[in-house]
Write a new protein. Structure first.
Length: 297
């Protein structure tokens, strides 16, 4: 029931705070043309590795491959641009994530908020959000390491390792679902309590409410897949209808509203899950106190 309550509260938060959608939309509209310009025009992506040109000499086809040095240079340039874009995207997402979650938490206590005040708060606190997201992403990657290792060992053993591969894949799915719940929790805790250290309470909350966290992660994962599926035709249509030069920009801008919805939903999910886990912890404390008093209800 806890997972369903948190999941339904996520939709309630999104609907009740429609104006907050403007914040992730602004972020997506900034990142869309930026990603198209920085990444879409990369020679490494456009040409692909070691593309060949064919020339004819009589009945013989001669293939001229691009030099390995040239491809390495393109790849290095692409990685530098990717890193630069990644830094910009992380900073912007940290600013807007804090702003949106702060607004959502205020709405749960019937407090008024303005988008401009939330944006200023986001700018002030984005370093903390950035650090927390990096740390909890690293924790999630460490959790994923075990099932990936099992799959790798099973694959090397061939037929004898089939069981290891199956177990590893099942664990990988479970860990991915759990990681979704784990990574959305720290920022709501930080936004409410104002301390980076307090955000690590997320580990304890997940551990003591594992079933709820797993079920909530699964439900949220389904919604994220649905949003991604809805966005896929946009890219296909723009690639068909727009010119080659404009297609990347048009596709990125057309998908920006759905990207913003995805961000908004994930951030709202974090706030909803945090509130639900708080409620469950409070109920556990009440039960313990009643047990100490020898009372049962």
């Amino acid at each position: 029931m806890g997972a369903m309550d948190a999941f339904s509260r996520t939709f309630t938060l999104v609907i009740r705070n429609k104006k907050l959608y403007l914040l992730p939309l602004i972020m997506s509209l900034i990142l869309a043309p930026l990603s198209a310009y920085m990444l879409g025009n990369s020679p490494f992506l456009q040409n692909g590795p070691l593309q060949s040109n064919q020339t004819h000499s009589g009945d013989v086809i001669i293939e001229e491959h691009g030099s390995l040095a040239g491809e390495t240079t393109h790849m290095n340039e692409f990685l530098k641009i990717l890193a630069m874009y990644g830094v910009i995207a992380l900073i912007l997402s940290s600013i807007f994530q804090y702003s949106v979650i702060k607004g959502l938490l205020k709405s749960l206590t019937d407090s008024e908020y303005s988008l401009s005040e939330l944006a200023v708060d986001g700018i002030k606190h984005f370093p903390g959000v950035l650090v927390l997201n990096l740390i909890f992403t690293l924790i999630s990657l460490l959790l994923v390491a075990l099932p990936v290792l099992l799959v790798g060992i099973g694959a090397m053993l061939g037929g004898a390792g089939l069981i290891l591969v199956i177990v590893g894949l099942l664990l990988l799915i479970l860990v991915a679902i759990l990681s979704l719940s784990l990574t959305v929790l720290p920022v709501p805790i930080y936004a409410e309590k104002g301390s980076l250290g307090s955000a690590f309470e997320a580990l304890g909350l997940i551990y003591s409410n594992m079933k709820t966290a797993m079920a909530f992660g699964f439900l949220t994962f389904i919604i994220l897949i649905a949003i991604e599926v809805a966005a896929a035709p946009i890219s296909v249509i723009t690639q068909i209808t727009a010119s080659k030069e404009a297609a990347t920009y048009v596709s990125a801008l057309a998908q920006a509203p759905l990207d913003a919805l995805l961000y908004f939903f994930v951030w709202a999910a974090g706030a909803a899950l945090y509130r639900e886990l708080q409620r469950l912890e409070d109920l556990k404390k009440v039960d313990m106190e009643l047990d100490e008093l020898g009372l049962e209800f």
